[in-house]
Design a protein around this ligand. Sequence first.
Ligand SMILES: Cc1cc2nc3c(=O)[nH]c(=O)nc-3n(C[C@H](O)[C@H](O)[C@H](O)COP(=O)(O)OP(=O)(O)OC[C@H]3O[C@@H](n4cnc5c(N)ncnc54)[C@H](O)[C@@H]3O)c2cc1C
Length: 650
Amino acid sequence: MSESDDKKLGMDRQITRRDFLNGVAVGTGGAVASSALSSLSLEGLASPGVAQDQPGYYPPALTGLRGSHPGSFEAAHSIRDGKAPANGTKALDTRETYDLVIVGGGISGLAAAHFWRAKNPSARILILDNHDDFGGHAKRNEFSVGGRMLLANGGTWAIESPFPYSKVARGLMDELGIQPAALEAKCYRKDVYKHLSSGVFFDKQTFGADRLVSPAPGGRGSGKGTPEQWKAFLEKAPLSPQARQDILRLENETTDYFPGLTSDQKKDKLSRISYKDYLLKVVQIHKHAIPCYQTRTHGLFGVGIDAVPALDCWVLGQPGFQGLNLEPGSHPRMGYTPRGFASPKEAYEFHYPDGNATIARMLVRKMIPGAAPGHDAEQIVTVKFDYSQLDQPESVVRIRLSSMVVEVKHAGEPGQSKQVDVTYVRDEQLRSVHGKNVILACWNMMIPYLCPDLPEKQKEALHYGVKVPLVYTSVGIRHWQAFRELGVHSIACPGMYHYEMNLDLAVDVGGYESPKTPDQPILVRMERTPCLPGLPERDQHRAGRGDLLSTSFATFERNIRDQFARVLSGGGFDPARDIAAITVNRWPHGYAYEYNYLFDPEWPVGESPCEIARKRFWRIAIANSDAGAAAYTDSAMDQAWRAVEELHSA
Ligand SMILES: Cc1cc2nc3c(=O)[nH]c(=O)nc-3n(C[C@H](O)[C@H](O)[C@H](O)COP(=O)(O)OP(=O)(O)OC[C@H]3O[C@@H](n4cnc5c(N)ncnc54)[C@H](O)[C@@H]3O)c2cc1C
């Protein structure tokens, strides 16, 4: 692309963004880097290396490359590569001793601290996390566009789970005062986009022409819609006549492709074939129709339909199964998420404007009341936290950020030991603290490096799952007239860099007012899940992770601006003029890996990798959603509870 293209897209424009390289602002002397930053207030100036107790430290307001931000992971990659994590410096003993040290300040680590305190309110607890903010995946993005506060989830989108929340997880939510169903009824503003529909953007590289087609029948990806709606939609789509004809048949026909088999036998058959192969070989649609469906599974699984069983796609409402007459209900060879969705449950869902960051914030405020005013689960949404209160010596619970733990070792013989020594890197200095107990609420694949003394079988099991890489991008735009002009609020972009872009859900909670009219600034949410179709799922995740870690913010920004220009220019959108802020929440280690029976064996109960991996090792217990092989908030809570119970009953 030429420079003039860059100019047209607005690559030279001042927006709120920051670029960091290895924890240092790009430019000289670590100072604020580019003219683009001059519009930032001091409030936005938190960075790795800036102490969390400095005035103005407020990471939710940072824009640019967030999620696993530069400065948060390099020490871990050093120990993975067999190198000394902090220039070989000797650990400084802080002489701090705690009843419990928790590695990882995500929902699981925070919940573990809460559960521990419920048993022993005076226990002294330290939580260490490598990021510059707490919450783990449940992070908050806070923008100010045109004087308006706009909030987004940097990771965890909502309180939702395929299975009902357990008694423990629901009990914790009750204690925090979070009632999802009541909040949903009270806070969702469903009428804001009532005149807009869903659409699909067909891109030139994949489909031969750039074209936005709407409305998508029955909403995107639902497999519903009348034959007339499908005909009208397909007539406008840049697809070959054969592809159109096959999509029409797929979406509407009622053929039983497996006559003579029982529902269970059909389900078993569908569990052994990918949805892509099912479409190509069983339903026999033309290969040119496949790109319309390829990314439909990205949001839940981080891979396309080549790596997701057809059975799981049936549960998710994808087309092609209408004539099979499958009985509702789950099957043992379904993955965790589809198995849950296949079983009926009551509604227990709510999306806070900052996603489940609100749960993390509620937990932190409960344990460290000085960090934020108030007490209820609505007013907290607009509250600013005082990060200087998180790690105060007089507090019984302390949260220490930008602290990557690199070693967790019993002092002396593990079976006899009364103490665990925990070493971490902060400000490029190795430091150690001591705990009577330790909970590792961090990622499974990191644990063998922290605790090389673990049994080999356990270390192997800890390495098994490969977390799903994904990106949640939030783009602040000055108004959304283009969406109104085009009549869409949500657009699937199956061939583009981000596979979807949606106007943010309208939710009013506490004092937070979501934008209501197209002249107001708003956030557009985009998702990207890099992968390598054709490979087994875990290999696709490894490839996607490599992609994410090697992509600069400038590349993200250029692709984002290009996508806005191509998808919305028909509505008068000008990316140079209309984009005000960009945050790319990059999660190379995202969702916990859930087993996929196209590639994973059916382990007997007690022998799956996550069950072997989470075994207590004397004074060290293991929490985190990886320990449940389930990528959900309630799983993170349940695993925290189990880890606390294991240490207490030891
Ligand atoms: C983009 C995204 C969207 C999601 N959406 C939803 C959703 O809508 N609903 C839902 O229920 N679930 C969702 N999930 C899953 C959910 O977020 C997780 O299951 C849950 O938050 C995990 O919490 P956790 O504490 O177990 O792990 P994490 O949130 O990953 O927290 C672990 C923390 O430990 C830190 N850590 C790791 N190693 C070390 C170390 N050596 N030293 C110090 N710290 C370390 C990590 O950096 C991290 O901050 C989503 C996940 C992602 C990534």
